[in-house]
Design a protein around this ligand. Structure first.
Ligand SMILES: [Zn+2]
Length: 281
C-alpha cells in the first residue's frame, strides 16, 4: 500500500479549508500517520493521534483512493459519535438540527447516507467488516428516515451485545458489533476541482456536527473545571504564586516574612487568575 499518494490530497484539502483546527499543518511524514492500515486518509484535529481520534466520540472526514473508486465521507464510526448525531437529529426543537438538516437537504443527489453494521472479531485492532443495512440519498433525509435510522442503530447495538456474549461464552472469542454511519459520502474521480468542491461540502457539515457536545463531554468539562491545581499561597493576603516559584515568602507590604503555603484552587479559577496575570512566578 502506497500511503504517499495521500500527501498531495491532504495538502489540497488544507489549502481549501484553511482552518488549523480542522486541517492543521502537517509535515509529509505526519500526513502518512493519518493514513490507516486499511488505506484511507483520516482528517484529524491537531495534537491527536489517529488511534485516539478513532475512539473519540466525534465524527471525522475520510478520503480514500482505490483502483475502482475514490471516496470522501463524513463518518460516525463508533458508539460515542453515533450518540452525538443521534442527540442532534432526534431533538425536534433544536436549532442545530434545523441548521444541519437544511444543509443536508441542499446537497446534490450524489451524496449518499449509509448505516452499516461494523463487525470486528478477535481483537479491537483488527480490520472491521462493514455490512450496509440502510442507504438513501443524504438530501432525502426527513424525520421518518431519521427515526428509522436510529431504530436500526439501536437494534444493531442490541444484536451486538448478544453476539458479543455468545462468542465469549461459546468460542471464547472477542467480538464487537456496532453501528457506523456515513452521514454523507460521495464517489469522485481524481480531479482536483471536484475534490475541492466536495471536501468543502463535507467540512461544512462536519463543523455543524462538532458544535454539539455529548452529555458525557459536558460532565467531563465540568469535572475538569473543578479539578484542583496546586499553587503556593500567602496565608496573610490573597497573593497566589506559581507552585514552582523560587520564592518562600510573600513580598507584599504588611506580609513581611509571611511564609508561602501549599494550597489548591479549582482549575477554572486558576485559569481565570492566569489570564488576569494574577499568578506570580
Ligand atoms: Zn501576602
Amino acid at each position: 500500500m502506497d500511503k504517499t499518494k495521500y500527501v498531495k490530497w491532504y495538502k489540497i484539502a488544507r489549502d481549501t479549508i484553511n482552518d488549523e483546527s480542522l486541517t492543521p499543518f502537517r509535515a509529509d511524514d505526519e500526513i502518512l500517520d493519518c493514513v490507516s492500515e486499511e488505506d484511507w486518509l483520516m482528517f484529524i484535529p491537531p495534537d491527536i493521534t489517529r488511534e485516539r481520534a478513532e475512539s473519540l466520540p466525534e465524527p471525522n472526514i475520510y478520503f480514500y483512493i482505490r483502483d475502482d473508486i475514490n471516496r470522501i465521507g463524513l463518518t460516525f464510526n463508533n458508539v460515542g459519535s453515533m450518540d452525538k448525531i443521534r442527540n442532534i437529529l432526534l431533538d425536534y426543537s433544536s436549532e442545530l438540527k434545523e441548521i444541519l438538516v437544511e444543509k443536508l437537504l441542499k446537497l446534490d443527489d450524489r451524496w449518499k447516507l449509509s448505516l452499516n453494521r461494523k463487525i470486528k472479531i478477535k481483537h479491537f485492532r483488527n480490520i472491521p467488516n462493514f455490512t450496509r443495512i440502510f442507504y438513501i440519498n443524504t438530501n432525502k433525509i426527513d424525520n421518518e428516515k431519521i427515526n428509522k435510522l436510529f431504530d436500526l442503530s439501536t437494534q444493531i447495538r442490541k444484536d451486538g451485545k448478544i453476539r458479543r456474549e455468545e462468542e465469549r461464552v461459546k468460542n471464547d472469542m472477542w467480538y464487537s458489533e456496532v453501528p457506523s454511519m456515513d452521514l454523507m459520502h460521495i464517489d469522485i474521480g481524481l480531479d482536483e476541482q471536484e475534490y475541492k468542491k466536495r471536501i468543502i461540502e463535507a467540512f461544512d457539515i462536519l463543523k455543524i456536527c462538532l458544535e454539539v457536545k455529548s452529555d458525557t463531554q459536558i460532565r467531563k468539562i465540568q469535572r475538569e473545571e473543578k479539578k484542583p491545581v496546586e499553587v503556593m499561597k500567602c496565608p496573610n493576603c490573597d497573593n497566589i504564586f506559581d507552585y514552582n516559584t523560587n520564592r518562600t515568602v510573600c513580598g507584599k507590604i504588611g506580609c513581611a516574612g509571611t511564609e508561602l503555603k501549599k494550597s489548591k484552587i479549582p482549575k477554572v479559577e486558576y485559569e481565570r487568575l492566569l489570564k488576569q496575570d494574577k499568578i506570580k512566578s
